[in-house]
Design a protein around this ligand. Structure first.
Ligand code: FAD
Length: 233
């Protein structure tokens, strides 16, 4: 479904990550984990990018995407967007979805790869699904963690949800894991990992590391679903 819409709300998440919200058309049906194509104008040109929906289908009033901003033309045009500005959205796309197909899932997020998992975690919590969800969320440093407060709030609401923040570098006050997402960490945090379906999302090097992780755990590649954040679909 392709439609023109106006920015309803812009929410800063970290120093370089913004969420953009738009009114949800009643006819837009999507699954948690799917993505949209957004088109914006920059210097008289139209620029289009795929971006995961960070909102959940249970949120009826709005849809949301969340973008890590760089120096690219597209990011600069997004940075300049204001509430009320027009964009074109084409959605939904993708098969990286979860609606309760497995009783136990492990979500492996690298940096901005958290976005489809935000949708899935919001969905499982709002729907009160009896699904065991473990989110292993890796970032470089504490200031890079997107959605930290909301993930902690979801964890309090949903006793089946466990969120593990993993940092590459941290100050002495950090009480969480300082590590990378590897087989040792999975065995410690998810003792029943053998019966779990794994999802991984992030930039290409992170995805390669997660494919290796599944091999290191001795699991078949069919137990891992992937979403790679490249520049094109
Ligand atoms: C299915 C799917 C879902 C996705 N979901 C998300 C999501 O939820 N959130 C998200 O943030 N990303 C997501 N992505 C990735 C997204 O589509 C972009 O490719 C990515 O965010 C990079 O965008 P960019 O603004 O850096 O632009 P790009 O044009 O892709 O730029 C790539 C790199 O080149 C550099 N660059 C480009 N142009 C210039 C320039 N003129 N000067 C200097 N440097 C330049 C940028 O700094 C950047 O490092 C998704 C991708 C896919 C395929």
């Amino acid at each position: 479904m392709k439609f023109e819409t106006q920015v309803k709300e812009i929410i800063p998440r970290t120093d370089n990550v913004l969420s953009f919200r738009f009114p949800r058309p009643a006819a837009l049906i999507y699954k948690p984990g799917q993505y949209l194509l957004v088109t914006i104008k920059a210097n008289e040109k139209s620029l289009t990018k795929p971006l995961s929906l960070s909102s959940s289908p249970t949120e009826k009033e709005h849809i949301e995407f969340t973008k890590k901003l760089t120096d690219s033309e597209f990011s600069n045009a997004l940075r300049a967007l204001e509430v009320g500005d027009w964009v074109i959205i084409d959605a939904p796309y993708g098969t990286f979805t979860f609606e309760g197909e497995s009783a136990k899932i492990v979500l492996l997020a690298g940096g901005i790869g958290i976005t489809p998992f935000m949708s899935i975690c919001r969905y499982c919590t709002d729907k009160r699904l009896n699904i065991k969800v473990t989110l292993l969320y890796g970032n470089r440093s504490e200031k890079d963690i997107v959605f930290r407060g909301e993930l902690e709030a979801l964890e309090r609401r949903n006793r089946n949800l466990k969120v593990v923040f993993i940092l590459n570098e941290a100050s002495d006050s950090w009480k969480g894991a300082i590590s990378v997402i590897d087989a040792g960490l999975v065995k410690k945090e998810v003792p029943d990992y053998r019966e779990s379906l794994f999802y991984a999302c992030g930039p290409p090097p992170m995805i390669q590391a997660m494919e290796k992780l599944i091999r290191d755990l001795g699991l078949p590649s069919t137990q891992l679903k992937l979403e790679v954040f490249t520049g094109h679909t």
